[in-house]
Design a protein around this ligand. Structure first.
Ligand code: HEC
Length: 191
């Protein structure tokens, strides 16, 4: 008897029986199917007027594409620059870019060391280093590099661009420009 009870439970768990109503078989309308409940007879509904996708930040091309209305790369980050944006950028850069471009963005990484055909370059000294260009590369990919639009929404991409600015600055800053307490810390660091 015990075996029979167990067998019934396992069979139910696999969704192979009609003893219980498995969730995947609940009544539902598939895309493009008919539904007499609505006047237009369609199951698919039209979003209310003025609805925008949550992922779309804005229609402003500076923010959405990194280009001004004449199609030129923007040279200033077009969203408010905050320390939260910087931390977000660091997090996303370390996750999505550092494996190839290096934690410092200088192109020193295990991937670069093994790539003979156009390895990931240093991002600190690029020919075109406008923020709009960086944004576009992340959005659309560049040569051998794929697009990261699926992983990073527009805000994440601007955050990464901002962090890249900080990385570049961090590699070329005079000791005298660093806050006094950090200067002290740096002087004490073994070389
Ligand atoms: C899988 C490895 C890989 C990852 C991950 C990667 N890149 Fe790249 N990236 C490359 C390679 C390779 C190139 C050079 C492509 C070429 O010249 O064909 C490149 C080129 C670039 C360029 C240079 C464009 C120019 O003007 O020369 C920028 C900017 C850039 N990547 C930024 C990023 C950022 C930001 C991220 C993270 C969102 C990222 N990359 C993630 C491999 C990668």
């Amino acid at each position: 008897m015990k075996t029979l009870v167990l067998a019934v439970i396992f069979a139910a768990a696999c969704g192979e029986t009609t003893l219980f109503d498995p969730m995947e078989r609940q009544p539902k309308f598939k895309p493009f199917s008919a539904n007499a409940f609505y006047d237009d007879g369609r199951a698919m509904r039209v979003p209310p007027a003025g609805t925008v996708p949550r992922e779309r930040l804005t229609d402003r091309p500076e923010i959405a594409q990194g280009k001004d209305r004449d199609g030129h790369d923007v040279t200033v980050i077009p969203i408010p620059v905050t320390s939260e944006l910087m931390s977000l950028g660091r997090k996303k850069f370390d996750i999505h870019c550092a494996a190839c471009h290096g934690l410092l963005g200088d192109g020193v990484s295990p991937v670069a060391a093994k790539m003979s055909l156009r390895p990931p370059p240093s991002l600190l000294l690029l020919h075109n280093d406008s923020v709009g260009h960086f944004f576009e590369v992340i959005s659309q990919g560049y040569g051998l590099m794929p697009s990261y639009a699926a992983e990073l929404d527009a805000q994440d991409r601007w955050a990464v661009v901002l962090y890249l600015r900080a990385l570049r600055r961090s590699q070329a800053v005079a000791l005298a420009e660093v806050p006094a307490d950090i200067q002290k810390q740096l002087r004490e660091e073994p070389r």
